[in-house]
Design a protein around this ligand. Sequence first.
Ligand code: SF4
Length: 335
Amino acid sequence: MNTATPILQAERVSKRFGRPASLLERARRVHPPVIRALDAVSLAFRPGEAFSIVGESGSGKSTLARCLTALHTCDGGRVLYRGRDLALMQPAERRRFHRRVQMVFQNPLAALNPRMTVAEMLGEALRVHRICPADQVEAQMQALLERVRLPGSVLHRRPHEFSGGQLQRIAMARALSVRPEIIVADEVVSALDVSVQAQIVNLLITLQDELGLAIVFIAHDLRLVRHISHRVAVMYRGRLVELGDSEALFASPMHPYTRLLIGSAPTLRPAHVSAETQQVTEVAASGSVAAATGCVFRTRCPEVMPRCATEVPGLRVAAAGRAVACHLVPEPRSL
Ligand code: SF4
C-alpha cells in the first residue's frame, strides 16, 4: 500500500449551491432550495497513485474535483496541498499549487482557447511558468507532443481542426507542459467514441507510469476504473460511501450502493442508468436534495433499518484499506 505523504487532501469538504430568492419567495418568506453538493468528504491522494472517484450524475464527484483544483471554494472543511491549506496560501504558494495541480476537463474544446494555435498555447504555458529557456521552447513543445502521441505538424493548427480524441491529447500536453505532480481528469473520455476512450485512458496510465504522476479519475464508468485504479472512492448524493483498494472493492463491495452498482450496471453513464437511478439524479438536479439526517441511500437501500432514517452513518474502517459509511458495518471506529 502507498503510504507516502499525500500531495492533495480533502478534509471534510462541503459545498452547497443555491440561488437568490425570487421576489415571490421573499414576499412569502420562503427560502429557495439549496443543493448539498458535497457533505464532509475526506480523501487523500498520494504521489504516483491512480485514484478513481465514481458516482452517478449528481453524486458530487465533479464538484469535488473543482474544490480540489480551487475552481470552487469549499463552504466547509479545507483542501490541503502538501499539508498547506489552500485558503491560507500566499500568492507565490498559490502559483506553485496552480502549476503542480492540473485539471483536464470533459470538454477540451471549451477549455482551450479557440483563437490560439497549439504552439501558442504550449509556448505560453512554458514561458509564463519559466519551465525552460526561450531557446528550448520549440524542442520542449515537440517533446510534449511526442509524449501524448501527436505529430509535430499539429503545432500550427487551432482547436476546431481536431477530433475529440486529439483535443484531449492536446489538453493533456498543455497540462503536462507545466510539470504537474497530480492531474485531476474529470470525465475525460465520457464524450468520446468507445474506440477512442481506450486510447486516451491507456495514454493517461502510460503517462502516470512514465512520469510518476498521480492521477485522479472522475468517472461514471465502473468498467473503466476497475483496471486502471489503485484505489476507488464511491460517492452518492454528495457523500463518500465507500473507499478501498480497487481489486478488493470490486471483489467484495461492502456498501449496499456499491453492491448495487457492481451487481446491476456496468456503467453509470446517464443513458444506461435505471429509471430509478435517473429519478434520483433528476431529484438531485432539481434542488430538492435535503436529506440532512439519516443515510442518503435509505430510500433505495434493500437493507434499510429504522436507525438509517435518523443517524448519518460515519465512514468506518471495515478492513485494511477499506472504509464504508453504513450502519451494517460493525466496526465502531470512525475516521
Ligand atoms: Fe442501507 Fe442503512 Fe447502510 Fe444506508 S446505513 S446503506 S440505509 S443499511
